[in-house]
Design a binder for this molecule. Structure first.
Ligand SMILES: [Zn+2]
Length: 146
């Protein structure tokens, strides 16, 4: 049996709602992730997160904040790339995003701005994406020719 390092109570592994601050638009938003599995003291309520767990808690919280704000989730962003059969760097070039912009959004490490969200939504339709590529071809070929 694991013992709480704060109060000496009994530590149990269970699913709990966990509230974490998520930085968004210059403020910390308090986000509650429901059913998050981790170790917690049954007596004082202290949580004990393994390194990988705190990262997955934050990712879940960012996705929940995205849903609340009407933004694409990390999974939806991964699906767009799959649907278009296009790599993140290629999409970044077409849309004029900086390098390595989409990967952190797709893994849940960052939250996209409203404007990036809208562009990603627009090009999530393969027909629109192909048209956008044609329209922007001259710009992107000038700017990114190697
Ligand atoms: Zn305790």
């Amino acid at each position: 049996m694991k013992v709480c390092s704060i109060c000496g109570g009994q530590v149990e592994r269970d699913k709990h709602p966990v509230t974490v601050p998520v930085p968004y638009e210059g403020e910390d938003q308090k986000i509650t992730v429901r059913g998050f599995e981790c170790e917690r003291c049954a007596d004082c309520g202290e949580m004990f997160l393994a390194p990988g767990e705190s990262s997955s808690l934050l990712k879940a919280a960012r996705d929940q904040l995205r849903r609340q704000e009407g933004l694409l989730t990390s999974e939806e962003i991964r699906e767009i790339s799959k649907r278009l059969r296009e790599s993140y760097p290629k999409i970044e070039k077409v849309l004029g995003f900086g390098k390595n912009t989409i990967a952190p959004l797709a893994t849940g490490d960052r939250i996209q701005s409203q404007s990036k969200d809208r562009l990603l939504r627009l090009i999530s339709d393969p027909v629109i994406y192909r048209r956008a590529k044609k329209i922007l071809k001259r710009v992107t070929s000038e700017k990114y020719q190697q």
